[in-house]
Design a protein around this ligand. Structure first.
Ligand code: 13P
Length: 251
């Protein structure tokens, strides 16, 4: 059965000391929270992974925000999936719109990254989502279908079943403008349909599809109440333990 998941994406925020402090705060809050009904993950900068791994409990999942499209070698400045896994991280965000937009990540590149992450038993949190123009011209369902088909449909059903998907409309990221719960549900149901068509209903039903884009404690409940919204990928609100926990406890 699919899981409810709330994952934080810290992006390029926090120094090492700040990040370790935030991870400790989230860990402590999670330990003391009664009745948490979802898996909780924090995805942190590469530089923080090993230090954060050392201060959190098993109950709090740890992930990276990216990994390289090569396994090792002369790729100055890159961090590979085996390196990420060696820190104790279990998850990796791939295909975030900021990576696609600012660092030219294409579906071809993302295909490699997904394969390398899976080879290390890392769970990819694979991001998809349309830009404002595509929302406004009505092509958003097709855009997301294509992103999924191009990067993920070479996977076997077994491997596809290891992924977490995150629908993040680009126009809602960091803008304070959240998709309505109805817009999120429409897209999530569409994504599940696209998966069902390729891999069958069981794989589709078991896939966790998270929503990301200005998700906050004040709107999480309404979003998570939708049948096909299985949690959130949280940017800004993940940088404060109390607001992150406010989203975690929205389930
Ligand atoms: P915000 O929650 O800051 O809008 O960011 C969402 C996001 O990009 C998570 O990956």
């Amino acid at each position: 059965m699919r899981k409810n998941i709330v994952a934080g994406n810290w992006k390029m925020n926090t120094t090492l000391a700040e990040g370790v402090g935030l991870a400790k705060d989230v860990n402590e809050a999670l330990k003391n929270a009664a009745d948490v009904k979802c898996d909780v993950v924090i995805c942190v900068p590469f530089t923080h992974l090993a230090s954060v791994a050392a201060v959190i409990d098993e109950k709090l999942g740890l992930g990276a925000e990216n990994c390289a499209d090569h396994v090792k070698g002369a790729y100055t400045g890159e961090v590979s999936a085996p390196m990420v896994a060696s820190t104790g991280a279990k998850y990796v965000i791939l295909g975030h719109s900021e990576r696609r937009q600012y660092y030219g990540e294409t579906s071809e590149i993302l295909k490699e990254k997904v394969n390398l992450a899976l080879a290390e038993n890392l769970t990819p949190i694979f991001c998809i989502g349309e830009v404002l123009e595509e929302r406004e011209n009505g092509s958003f369902l097709d855009v997301v279908t294509k992103q999924i088909q191009e990067a993920l449909f070479d996977l076997s059903a077994e491997d596809f079943g290891k992924l977490i998907l995150a629908y993040e409309p680009v126009w809602a990221i960091g803008t304070g403008k959240t998709a309505t719960a109805e817009q999120a549900q429409e897209m999530h149901a569409h994504i599940r349909g696209v998966i069902a068509e390729k891999y069958g209903k069981e794989v589709a039903d078991n896939c966790s599809i998270l929503y990301g884009g200005s998700c906050k404690p004040s709107n999480a409940k309404e979003l998570f109440a939708k049948a096909d919204v299985d949690g959130g990928l949280i940017g800004g609100a993940a940088l404060d333990a109390a607001s992150f926990m406010g989203i975690v406890t929205a389930f």
